[in-house]
Design a protein around this ligand. Sequence first.
Ligand SMILES: [Zn+2]
Length: 96
Amino acid sequence: MRAVFLCQECATHYLPPEGLEYGDGPASPVWCSVCQARAAALGIPEPALARMLALRAAEQQARPAADEPRRPDVRPSRPARTRRAGTGPGTRSRLG
Ligand SMILES: [Zn+2]
């Protein structure tokens, strides 16, 4: 499963290809393609720690269902009671 990454530079979410490989080179787990290109142009190396954390997060994101047991459906069997205007005790006592 492909993981969505959060660009550490412009905070956009991006979806690099599987295996983190673009057609024209490696994708970064830290930067989106735009910021990666800009960093490369400026000669800024990819931060190793940020890369490791991003890859770790993507790993977790890819397999949450396998580790966690599926939670049972906890929706109520009937709709929640809501108090509508005009149906309170005041109305009832006037009718009775
Ligand atoms: Zn970016």
